[in-house]
Design a protein around this ligand. Sequence first.
Ligand code: FAD
Length: 375
Amino acid sequence: MTNKRKWDIIIVGGGLAGLTTALHLAKKDVSVCLIEKNEYPNHKVCGEYVSNEVLPYLQSLNIDPFSVGAKNISKFKITDIKGNPINANLPLGGFGISRYAFDQLIYNAVKNKVHIVFDTVEKIIFQENQFSVTTQAKDSFLSEFVVGAFGKRSNIDSFLNRKFMKEKSSWLAVKAHYNYDFPEDTVALHNFEGGYCGLSKTEKNTVNACYLATFKSFKKYGDIDSFQEKVLSQNPFLNNFFSKAEAVSKKPLTISQISFHKKQPVENHIFMVGDSAGLIHPLCGNGMAMAIKSAQIFSELFLESFQRDNFIRATLEKNYTKHWLNEFEGRLKTGRFIQKILMHPGASKVGFATMRMIPSLVPHIIKRTHGSSTL
Ligand SMILES: Cc1cc2nc3c(=O)[nH]c(=O)nc-3n(C[C@H](O)[C@H](O)[C@H](O)COP(=O)(O)OP(=O)(O)OC[C@H]3O[C@@H](n4cnc5c(N)ncnc54)[C@H](O)[C@@H]3O)c2cc1C
């Protein structure tokens, strides 16, 4: 069934990138149809540390994470696989909040301003300067513009035959919430053989533990409990955590086939925001801020063009690609480089030794994966 109404814009995916784009545009009287496959709130596999880089922008949209109890985070601890620590202050700082609460907070601000459809998008077809978006329930929605905010890996990536879907993705991730005595002003990154685990507090005072591991290292053990006991617990910090922490989540959440391959910010005339445009290695703790920032970049450029009579699609596509690359390409490269070093036993040893000798390197490296906090 085709919904006769034509929307100014359709957003596919209502995670942080999609919700923020929807909120920004709806506040400027753009008619938005947002299609999301899951109901809110829901838990997501994520480190749940958000860089303050996007705080002024969120505040400009009247989103205040601290109103739901987000924790102010200003300190960073990183340990090597043996648990040798390095402590640093975070240059910009950030906040700890569960995705359950964060996505819900933005959803609450959006829900009365935007037409939201809970369904899975199956097809996005561009023909004669117009998109037709079809869902599993066989509803069709029309617009001249579509934003792809469907996250790191979606059925739509297969539908669009995107290049990264053909490349090997050998990472999996596990996340759960725990009760554990942990400083609320700190985000920790503990390394283990074949991966790393982030710890930080959420708005509920629980600790979110989220780790990323190569499929190769995980498959030797086959299940989460054995992997945590035999591999993660080689790091004394993680040993202490997993032996003392009391699980709050019924069962850890898991995802696999996480891809860090390059993507295009515009494909098939769809403007990609958030992870749909590119995913930074989670050790940088900056994917959520990038998702929100890309929503801001797109929304500002879109509004500038949309309000003009002589609008040219190709110019907006070119401009968005240019701005996206300027803002994020360098961070993604640095993220890939740090990840390579951490996963290589020899290089990681040298890296940790250097950081221990020159502690001021740590904030410097963090800065290279983050943007500025100006609006
Ligand atoms: C292990 C791990 C740890 C991380 N830790 C951190 C961290 O500590 N800090 C940080 O800043 N970032 C972190 N990140 C990155 C962060 O999670 C992402 O960058 C962020 O979630 C991107 O938001 P998004 O809106 O692009 O995607 P998502 O939040 O994934 O939203 C995409 C939405 O699209 C919907 N969708 C997908 N397909 C369809 C469809 N066909 N139809 C309708 N809806 C659809 C999904 O249901 C989902 O709600 C981490 C990532 C991983 C993998």
